[in-house]
Design a protein around this ligand. Structure first.
Ligand code: CUA
Length: 155
């Protein structure tokens, strides 16, 4: 079988790209230890009121400049829906859902979580600039989905 010169070039390039992607994949998972996010814990969605830390949703200080927000997503609100922290605060969001799948995205930050009933989601961010940061549900969760938002006030 005779393979044309240009076909050989294209075949080699395709094979090269394939090998490069495989190398990148193995490098990311084994050398850099990057994996798919996994749940930070498990809870019984029907028993949140009795399960720490979700029995006391809200903001608490965990150290100098360090805060934790325990948050529950439910149809169709966040608990709490307003959080006040000082400028420069590092905030860890620990969140879950009471009922159906919700989302939690905090505008202008890296916080972008799925709130899945039964699972605990966790993300950390630092608020360096003062102002209001909208957070909202980004998973369609019913007729009140568009009402599901709140704000972080950095003062
Ligand atoms: Cu909750 Cu959309």
């Amino acid at each position: 079988m005779r393979v044309a010169f240009y076909e050989r070039i294209f075949l080699s390039l395709s094979a090269l790209v394939l090998v490069a992607f495989l190398v990148a994949l193995f490098f990311a998972s084994f050398a850099l230890n990057i994996h798919l996010p996994s749940p930070a814990g498990h809870v019984e969605p029907g028993r949140l009121a009795q399960t720490p830390p979700f029995d006391r949703p809200g903001l608490r200080q965990t150290g100098p400049g360090q805060y934790e927000v325990v948050m529950i997503g439910q149809i169709w609100s966040f608990l709490p829906n307003e959080v006040r922290v000082p400028t420069g605060a590092t905030v860890t969001f620990v969140a879950t859902s009471r009922d159906v799948v919700h989302g939690l995205h905090v505008d202008r930050t890296n916080v972008n979580l799925m709130l899945i009933p039964g699972q605990v989601a966790r993300a950390r961010t630092t608020f360096r600039e003062r102002g209001e940061y909208l957070f909202l549900c980004h998973e369609y969760c019913g007729v009140g989905h568009h009402l599901m938002y709140g704000r972080v006030i950095v003062e």
